[in-house]
Design a protein. Sequence first.
Length: 269
Amino acid sequence: MFLGKGKEMMKLEIRNATLGYHNNAVLQDVNLELSAGTTTCLIGRNGAGKTTLFKSLLGILPVLKGDILLDGKSILRWKCRDYARVIAYVPQVRTLTLPFTAFDVVLFGRTAHLSHFASPAKHDRRIADECLEKLQINHLRNRIFTQLSGGEQQMVIVARALAQQPVFLVMDEPASSLDFGNQIKIIAQVNRLKDDSLGILMATHSPDHAFMCRADVMVVHGGQIRKPGYCNRMITEKVLKEIYDADVCVCSVKGKSNETIRTCVPVMS
């Protein structure tokens, strides 16, 4: 449902880029590659440049130097509608205040596929319903969005992003404001979406989320994005001390199926 034929092989690249605001560089020498069907977690302290990276990928910020490519072709001259058909965004803050139903909010995701002044057709409504079903939130369909819990709202926002039928999903700390149970639900959905061949780039302040996703990790620090690697190699006590100036023990525990699970435990003085 979510990807057309051949889209599961797409690659999104940032090549030799300088990213920032008004000719003021925030990130330099950025080289990264995202593939459909993979999850990459972005970790770094506040102000490190994660939001700058996201806005550049989404076409909101102009690239100061370098290029962004989809399957080897530059997308820097794309219009917003073109970006929205390939890359969907799940923001950290939910700002909707008008009394739309959850279904209406998800249906907004179809805007990228509609011509100017067109109304959603039966096809668009079917896709919105499929996205609600995919995230197992059909029961919220007719509920008013502003009356939902934080976890329910976040699930609806993810469904809205899926309704765009993107190839890549950019998620800005999607679990940051949720309670522990809803964090687990969101991360579980991220894992399922990867299985649907979506390429996911997710910022998080919780290294455990990267372990739960079995994701590659990119570290943003000192104006640079380090070469990504698998979470078990990238998330170490030394790296977390360097980024967050926090003493952490990275431990291994046994899961229910006897698999080894890594987790981070703060070392309190």
